[in-house]
Design a protein around this ligand. Structure first.
Ligand SMILES: [Zn+2]
Length: 466
């Protein structure tokens, strides 16, 4: 990057693309901010890392020390700094007579001295290590931020990523000026695996602490298209819902990073210039893809080929009599609809854990019985005494603890005589193995196997009946 040797004072300003976008997303961003502060603090108490760095006003110092002590940690005041409300890449020294706050490390008592030493000599690598930042990103930080004195590491990060800004949302820190990020450090690339791990741990902790909506919003925002650019020390960040002007390194020419992203908000602006898109076309595409995405498929073709397998299994087993058919994990009910179109004397039943998908299934199968719920609860299965067929994915049994797995296995035996199971990307041998491990093999035997290039469907008959 070609840089000029001047630096503008730091600022960051935001403008919304519309009142609607502001109305929906501004309160969400405030809530994400609250989550972040809580998650950052709790990360040390939940053992994700040994230390955190925070700031507290002088009036809150005593409480801070007490709280840390109560949790078995120590609060180490390191310095005083001036107060600013916006994102800053570098902190500002406290000025006498103006408001200031303490820079504090919350850490394990045995690390107290290491903190004080590292802080005194501003050993950024050591400080990063104490904060649990990955080695690859610390090396990057030392090179660009400390040695080369970059104000904004976005471009070096892009270079380290071989000019590819796509990648997991956990590594996307292009919206950090708006407080939107999953990691506290500056990742060395848009694909840094260590940063992904840390970001996921933070997201998980957010969920544990009850911030489900906030975590989901943050994932969504970091998956939008975004453009970052720099010219003459002015950085511009464009997202579907807002643009920002921030200070960055002064350059004689314009540098641009574009990250295409994978989702677009309903409130996003419509336009032809990146990152904006023609919304009507885009929403139509999103709606179309919902048809297979709600059923857990990446493409329409995959879903159809798998549906054909299941339908051929049902056709073989159908016979003259009608009855009830249960799809345990029915998605938006499309498979049930296809089956029951061919056999009007089958009554569809479905259980689906995704709320939107369950609602779609209810609309699709007005004569059926769809429950929004979990396949591992007895209640979800209660609507019928016995089903002629149960469509089931055995892999699900490994997602729960032993007790629930056994209950589910017993319930299947009670509820049907014909089990239609399906699996992707697995051969016949592995199927047998999976069947034994899941505990299903005690009661069931394979009657027929149907295969496509990447999926397998099998019909099972209850051993006790035969
Ligand atoms: Zn890294």
């Amino acid at each position: 990057m070609d840089r000029l040797n001047f630096r503008l004072p730091e600022w960051s300003r935001m403008a919304w693309v519309s009142e609607e976008a502001k109305f929906v997303w501004e309160p969400r961003m405030k809530k994400i901010q609250i989550m972040w502060e809580d998650v950052a603090k709790e990360s040390v108490y939940h053992g994700l890392r040994s230390s955190i760095l925070t700031t507290v006003g002088p009036e809150k110092l005593v409480d801070c020390v007490k709280e840390a002590a109560a949790k078995g940690f120590v609060a180490v005041p390191l310095s005083q700094q001036g107060i600013h409300s916006e994102y800053r890449s570098r902190s500002v020294n406290a000025i006498i007579g103006e408001q200031w706050e303490y820079r504090i490390a919350i850490t394990k008592s045995e690390l107290q001295n290491e903190w004080i030493t590292a802080w005194n000599i501003m050993d950024n690598d050591k400080i990063g290590e104490l904060l649990g930042f990955p080695k690859c990103c610390r090396t990057f930080f030392t090179k660009y931020w400390s040695d080369e004195q970059f104000l904004d590491t976005s471009w070096p990060m892009y270079e380290e990523s071989e000019q590819n800004a796509e990648g997991p949302p956990e590594c996307n820190v292009l919206l950090r000026w708006a407080g939107l990020r999953f990691v506290q450090h500056l990742p060395h690339s848009f694909q840094c695996e260590e940063s992904v791990k840390i970001g996921r741990q933070f997201a998980q902790l957010g969920n544990v602490l009850g911030y489900h909506d906030e975590v989901a919003w943050l994932y969504e925002m970091l998956s939008w298209p975004v453009e970052w650019s720099a010219l003459h020390g002015i950085g511009e960040i464009y997202t579907p819902i807002f643009k920002m002007s921030v200070s960055t390194d002064a350059t004689p020419i314009k540098y641009i990073i574009q990250r295409k992203g994978i989702t677009y908000p309903e409130e996003g602006a419509s336009g032809n210039k990146f990152p904006w898109v023609n919304k009507r076309n885009m929403l139509k595409k999103q709606q179309d893809s919902r048809l297979w995405a709600e059923n857990g498929f990446g493409t329409l073709e995959k879903m159809n080929s798998y549906h054909e397998l299941v339908i051929s299994a049902i056709t073989k087993k159908m016979g003259q009599e009608g009855g009830y058919i249960m799809d345990a994990g029915c998605g938006n009910g499309l498979l049930l609809e296809k089956i029951c179109n061919g056999y009007p004397n089958l009554i569809p039943y479905g259980i689906e854990v995704g709320k939107d998908a369950a609602e779609s299934a209810k609309r699709r199968l007005v004569n059926g019985f769809i429950q929004w719920g979990n396949i591992f609860t007895e209640m979800s299965w209660d609507l019928a005494e016995k089903y002629k067929f149960v469509i089931f994915m055995p892999g699900r049994l490994f997602e729960v603890e032993e007790q629930l797995r056994l209950e589910c296995v017993n319930r299947l035996k009670r509820k049907t005589d014909t089990l239609i199971i399906y699996i992707y990307e697995i051969g016949k041998l592995a199927l047998q193995d999976l069947f034994e491990k899941s505990g299903l093999s005690a009661d069931w035997k394979i009657e027929e196997i149907y295969e496509s290039s990447d999926a397998l469907c099998a019909a099972f008959r209850c051993k006790l009946i035969i």
